[in-house]
Design a protein around this ligand. Structure first.
Ligand SMILES: *Cc1c(COP(=O)(O)O)cnc(C)c1O
Ligand code: SF4
Length: 455
C-alpha cells in the first residue's frame, strides 16, 4: 500500500537526491569564531565567548544559513534567541569570568569559577524535578511526569537534547550536565506498563529536550505499543518539538524522515490523534522553504501541528510578533495553542518581562486577528499547583486585580474558576502574586507547598 507520504513524492516537497542537508552543530565555545561574526567588533565576540563558558549554547547550519538575518544583527529575533549576550550574566559574574579568561586561568580554576556562577543561576527551578514523578512500589519513577490526571509526559533518554538551544531554556542545567536528578527513561518497557495500568490517562506527550531529535527506530518502540486495542484509553499522542524551527529536514530529507511520517500515519490509522506540539517563537521560523515542506508533509499524515512558545524579551515581546505569527501559521494549517511565561532560571533576568506586559501583548495581538487565529491561550504560567492563565485586569471595589484562572491543576476542582490577585506591575511569576483583599481561596504562594505536592 502506498502511504500518503509517498504519494506526495510528486509534490513540491519531493526528494532532491544528493541535496539532503547534513546537520552541522556549532557548540557555544566555537560561536565567537563563526565567519558570519567576522564583521562584529572584538568586544561582542569576547562577550559571546565569556557567556558561552557558563550557559549552554548550540547552533546549527540551518539556523545560521537560513533562519538568522545577518543584516539585522544583533536585533534579529533568532539571533537573540540562540546567541549569547553579555547581559545574560549578572555583570559581576560576567567580569569575574572575563578576567579569568583574559588571564588564561588554568582549566581547574576556570571550571570552579564557572560552577560557582552556574549555581547562582537557579539551576533547578520550581519543583519540576522532584515533583510530578509517579511513585510505583515505593520507587520514584524518573523519566515520567504525571501531574494532570489525563496526561503523562515521557522523557526518553535519547530525546533529552535539541538541534539548537534557546538562550532562555529552563533545561539549561541538564544541557551543561549539572542536573542532579536523572530525568529520563532508558527504554519504553516500564513507561508502557505504567500507561497500561492507568486507564484515566488519555494523552501521552513524548518530550525532552526535543522528541524529534530521536531516530525513528528509537521512537517506534514507545509508540507502536500504544496503538494496540488494550491501550485504547490513549486517544492523543503528542510529540513536543522545536525541530520545525531548528531542523525541519527532520521531516523532509533526513534518512529516516519517511519512516517517521509512516509512524504518524500508523497512529492516525489506529484512530489516535497525533499532535505535533511545535515550539514556534517568531514568524521568521515559518518563512523558509524547508519549514513549509516539513509542515505540509506532517499534515499529509493526518497529524495536527499545534504551536506554543514563551513570550521572550527581544524575541517576541511586542504584539505584532504574535499577531503576524498567528496569521502566518493559521494560513499554513498550524493551530496556535499556548503563549507561555518563561520560568525562573538561567538567563531569565535578560529575557523576562512583567506579567502585566505579557498580558498587554497578548490582548493587543488577539484583538487584531480573526477568531480562527485567537486560539492560543495566554499568558500562561506552568507553576507548582497548575497552569495559571492571566485572563485580564479588573477593578473590584477600589482594588485593581489580575483575573486569573487555572487551565490545568493538580486538583481538577480548581480548573476554570476565576480568582483574583492584586495587580502588580513588576510581578514576573506566579509566586510574586498576592491574593486580592477579597479573595478567599488560598491559591497562592503559600498554597504551593507540601499538601499539594505529588500526583
Ligand atoms: C502543559 C502540561 C500538560 C498538558 O496540558 P494541556 O492543557 O492538556 O495541554 C501536561 N502535563 C504537564 C506537566 C504540563 O505542564
Ligand atoms: S527547544 Fe525547548 S528544550 Fe530545546 S533548548 Fe529550546 S526551550 Fe530548551
Amino acid at each position: 500500500m502506498e502511504t500518503i507520504a509517498e504519494n506526495r513524492s510528486e509534490g513540491p516537497d519531493r526528494r532532491r537526491p544528493g541535496q539532503a542537508p547534513r546537520m552541522r552543530a556549532v557548540p557555544g565555545q566555537r560561536l565567537s569564531r563563526l565567519p558570519q561574526l567576522a564583521g562584529l567588533d572584538a568586544t561582542l565576540k569576547r562577550d559571546i565567548a565569556v557567556v558561552s563558558a557558563v550557559l549552554p549554547f548550540k547552533v546549527n547550519n540551518y539556523v545560521i544559513d537560513e533562519l538568522i538575518d545577518w543584516s539585522n544583527i544583533p536585533d534579529d529575533p533568532i539571533f537573540r534567541m540562540t546567541f549569547p549576550h553579555r547581559d545574560m550574566l549578572p555583570s559581576d559574574d560576567f567580569e569575574f569570568i572575563a578576567k579569568l579568561m583574559e588571564n588564561q586561568a588554568s582549566r581547574e580554576e576556570m571550571a570552579a569559577a564557572v560552577n560557582e556562577v552556574r549555581t547562582k543561576l537557579n539551576p533547578h527551578p520550581g519543583d519540576q524535578l522532584s515533583n510530578n514523578i509517579p511513585v510505583e512500589d515505593d520507587e520514584p519513577f524518573h523519566g515520567l511526569q504525571h501531574k494532570y490526571r489525563e496526561t503523562v509526559l515521557v522523557f526518553p533518554a535519547q530525546g533529552q537534547t535539541c538541534h539548537s538551544y534557546c538562550g532562555y531554556c529552563f533545561r539549561w542545567a541538564q544541557f551543561v550536565g549539572i542536573s542532579e536528578l536523572k530525568q529520563s527513561v532508558d527504554g519504553p518497557e516500564r513507561a508502557l506498563q505504567y500507561l497500561g495500568a492507568h486507564r484515566e490517562v488519555s494523552d501521552v506527550l513524548i518530550t525532552g529536550g526535543d522528541s524529534m531529535i530521536m531516530s525513528t527506530d528509537r521512537l517506534v518502540p514507545y509508540i507502536d505499543p500504544l496503538l494496540s486495542p488494550d491501550m485504547d484509553h490513549i486517544r492523543n499522542i503528542r510529540f513536543g518539538t522545536k525541530a520545525l524551527s531548528y531542523w525541519p529536514y527532520r521531516f523532509t530529507t533526513d534518512k529516516d524522515s519517511d519512516d517517521l511520517l509512516r509512524l504518524f500515519e500508523r497512529c492516525v490509522q489506529a484512530g489516535r490523534h497525533v499532535a505535533v506540539m511545535a515550539h514556534f517563537s517568531h514568524a521568521q521560523e515559518l518563512a523558509t522553504d524547508a519549514v513549509r515542506d516539513a509542515i505540509a508533509r506532517i499534515q499529509s499524515t493526518g497529524a495536527v501541528i499545534r504551536a506554543q512558545a514563551p513570550i521572550i524579551r527581544f524575541v517576541n515581546d511586542w504584539p505584532e510578533a504574535w499577531s503576524d505569527m498567528w496569521r502566518t501559521m493559521v494560513g499554513m494549517g498550524v493551530v496556535p495553542y499556548y503563549m507561555f511565561v518563561e520560568r525562573d532560571t538561567g538567563a531569565r533576568g535578560y529575557f523576562e518581562i512583567p506579567l502585566a506586559r505579557a498580558l498587554e501583548v497578548y490582548q493587543t495581538a488577539v484583538r487584531t486577528v480573526s477568531g480562527l487565529e485567537r486560539t492560543a491561550r495566554g499568558p500562561v504560567m506552568s507553576a507548582a499547583p497548575g497552569k495559571v492563565c492571566i485572563d485580564g485586569t479588573a477593578t473590584v471595589g477600589n482594588e485593581k486585580v489580575f483575573v486569573c484562572r487555572f487551565l490545568q491543576a493538580r486538583d481538577p476542582e480548581r480548573v476554570g474558576k476565576p480568582f483574583f490577585a492584586r495587580f502588580d506591575e513588576h510581578a514576573t511569576w506566579y509566586d510574586h502574586l498576592q491574593p486580592a483583599s477579597f479573595e478567599t481561596r488560598p491559591w497562592f504562594a503559600t498554597a504551593n507547598s507540601s499538601s499539594l505536592h505529588g500526583s
